[in-house]
Design a binder for this molecule. Structure first.
Ligand SMILES: C[S@@+](CC[C@H](N)C(=O)[O-])C[C@H]1O[C@@H](n2cnc3c(N)ncnc32)[C@H](O)[C@@H]1O
Ligand SMILES: *[C@@H]1O[C@H](CO)[C@@H](O)[C@H](O)[C@H]1NC(C)=O
Ligand SMILES: *[C@@H]1O[C@H](CO)[C@@H](O)[C@H](O)[C@H]1NC(C)=O
Length: 273
């Protein structure tokens, strides 16, 4: 069925509402970190992201359309866990604490680390969450894992038997370098122990509607700049479905996101062979 023009405009305007929230926090960040923009523009962007994500993050994490799906994937995490891009830990309440030994949290934005640790404490994971200043892309993640002593610093390869029981990614791979998503998924696979699971809930490109695709292409020039490097053209679902070495790949489209059709949401539970 064709989309009405009104529904289309509504969906497209939702992006602008998020951008407006980010803009409101720009002067606030300028005031609270007056010199950062000059001394370190990239830190300034991180501080800016933290300022509005500390408001948006908890709201999104509790929203009815998202929470059930995130619960379904996150509650499977167990043992030694790697969470990519956990932000301020707004999703941490989904973990089943009694099946978790340790969560290594690769969050490149260190302004979010205090909230992450607070949420860990609040939800029964005090002392079990170790923040790492690292992105999901191999060039950032692997040195951080070596520094944390999870991979021997003397070897160049990931141990055959893997390192983690679960690797989690919730709405963060859109912010990692998009040309490195295939390499990132490869490393995620290598870091899992046999039988370990890659658990994700991510937004990816709407690739069925050419007008929406054009709109996303245009918006993708400004969106990442204001939204902590988030991209509108994610593709982790396709990448995962292309790679081998899994004995079960359950990747699903989430259909109830009518109104946010610029994004398509997907969730995945993939078990390493
Ligand atoms: C939309 S937030 C989601 C945070 C959290 N997972 C949640 O659902 O509440 C995206 C997160 O990805 C982080 N991020 C930015 N660059 C990243 C990268 N290269 N790799 C992994 N995560 C990254 C951001 O700092 C931010 O915390
Ligand atoms: C999800 O939907 C897209 C179209 O929007 C389709 O191309 C893709 O095959 C679907 N993926 C799965 C796993 O069903
Ligand atoms: C893609 O965009 C079109 C037009 O806005 C929309 O009707 C469709 O539902 C979107 N697809 C998904 C999977 O969200």
């Amino acid at each position: 069925m064709a989309v009405t023009i009104i529904a289309r405009i509504q969906a497209y305007l939702q992006l602008w509402m998020m951008l407006a929230v980010a803009l409101v926090y720009l002067p606030i960040t300028l005031i609270s970190h007056p010199f950062l923009l000059i001394t370190s523009p990239s830190s300034f962007r991180s501080a800016w992201f933290e300022s509005y994500f500390s408001v948006l993050g908890p709201m999104l994490a509790r929203s009815d359309v998202q929470a059930g799906h995130v619960e379904q994937v996150l509650s499977r995490a167990k043992g030694t866990v790697l969470e990519l891009g956990p932000g301020g830990g707004d999703q941490i309440y989904h973990y089943k604490t009694d099946q978790i030994d340790q969560i290594y949290a690769a969050e490149p934005n260190t302004f979010l680390h205090p909230a992450l640790l607070r949420n860990a404490e609040k939800h029964g994971l005090k002392g079990k969450v170790v923040p790492l200043k690292a992105g999901a892309e191999p060039g950032s993640l692997l040195p951080a894992l070596k520094k944390a002593g999870l991979i021997a610093s003397t070897t160049s390869s990931i141990p055959e038997e893997g390192v983690f029981d679960s690797i989690v990614a919730i709405k963060c791979l859109c912010s990692a370098p998009q040309d490195q998503i295939p390499a990132t998924v490869e490393v995620v696979h290598a870091l899992l122990k046999p039988g370990g699971e890659f658990l994700f809930f991510e937004h990816v490109a709407n690739d069925t509607d050419s007008i929406t695709m054009s709109y996303a292409w245009v918006m993708n020039w400004i969106w990442p700049v204001m939204m902590g490097n988030c991209h509108l053209n994610g593709k982790v679902d396709k990448v995962v479905l292309r790679t081998g070495g899994w004995d079960d790949r359950n990747v699903q489209n989430i259909s109830e996101f009518q109104g946010l059709e610029v994004f398509r949401y997907v969730k995945g539970i993939c078990r390493k062979a």
